[in-house]
Design a protein around this ligand. Structure first.
Ligand SMILES: [Zn+2]
Ligand SMILES: [Zn+2]
Length: 243
């Protein structure tokens, strides 16, 4: 099916679905037009990242020489603050699975700022532990990876990595403690080795904080044969190294 036919089919589907499940703004929950992605008021409040960031570590204050970074690039679209915080909480509560659509115009642009799209072979997601996924019903990073893969026209496989343990609450840990906490938390799904051998992987998640989760996933992907690992997240908290 051509991309154009696929798009018009998706539009018809969206239009019909809207009759039964009205389209809502992922931030405030207000009913919006079937083909809008959020309300105008919320859109005007989105804290898009406008300052320069290191293309490699994704941080405003580069941490490339302060820690061992396994990924080759990292980019985010918005600051994890204000309305974005609410949108991501709604996204995790199954109230705003359309959140990613708000950023569809920025996704291609930001990823191509980090690296040439042609250099990416496959898109994947930071996994959730299977019991947490069962409880929530879905992994928000999978939704991001699938949307990104459509936008950049690359294949996706969200089963490359497996989370082995339930995460310990990380928000009160320092960057070094976090790096230790994620060590060994992810393993590669060995049956899928052909999917990444000598390939460039784009790893997706909702938020980057210190980058230790993405870094550990990148380390695991590379030790299983990935040539390059690039990271994409919707939001960034821009923590400094010492925080
Ligand atoms: Zn709104
Ligand atoms: Zn850097």
């Amino acid at each position: 099916m051509s991309l154009q036919r696929k798009t018009s089919f998706n539009n018809i589907r969206k239009y019909i679905l809207d009759i039964f499940f009205p389209n809502r703004c992922p931030f405030c929950g207000k009913v919006i037009k079937w083909n809008d992605t959020c309300c105008e008021k919320c859109f005007s409040k989105i804290p898009f990242i406008s300052t320069e960031h290191c293309k490699r570590c994704g941080q405003e204050n580069c941490i490339c020489d302060k820690t061992e970074i396994y990924y080759d690039g990292c980019v985010s679209i918005v600051d994890y603050s204000g309305i974005v915080r609410e949108g991501i909480i709604n996204f995790k509560l199954d109230k705003a699975v359309n959140l990613v659509d708000v950023f569809q115009d920025n996704i291609y642009k930001e990823i191509s700022y980090m690296t040439e799209i042609d250099k990416i072979d496959i898109v994947t997601a930071v996994p959730m532990h299977k019991s947490a996924k069962r409880k929530r019903g879905y992994n928000q990073a999978d939704i991001i990876a699938k949307t990104v893969s459509k936008i950049i026209s690359k294949q996706s496989n969200t089963k490359l990595l497996i989370k082995t343990n339930n995460e310990i609450a990380q928000h009160e840990l320092s960057m070094i403690e976090r790096a230790e906490a994620v060590n060994g938390l992810f393993v590669f799904n060995k049956r899928l080795i052909n999917e990444i051998e000598s390939k460039a992987v784009l790893l997706c998640d909702d938020i980057i904080t210190t980058g230790s989760t993405l870094n550990e996933c990148a380390r695991v992907l590379k030790s299983n044969g990935a040539k390059k690992v690039y990271c994409f997240t919707i939001a960034s908290t821009h923590l400094n190294y010492n925080e």
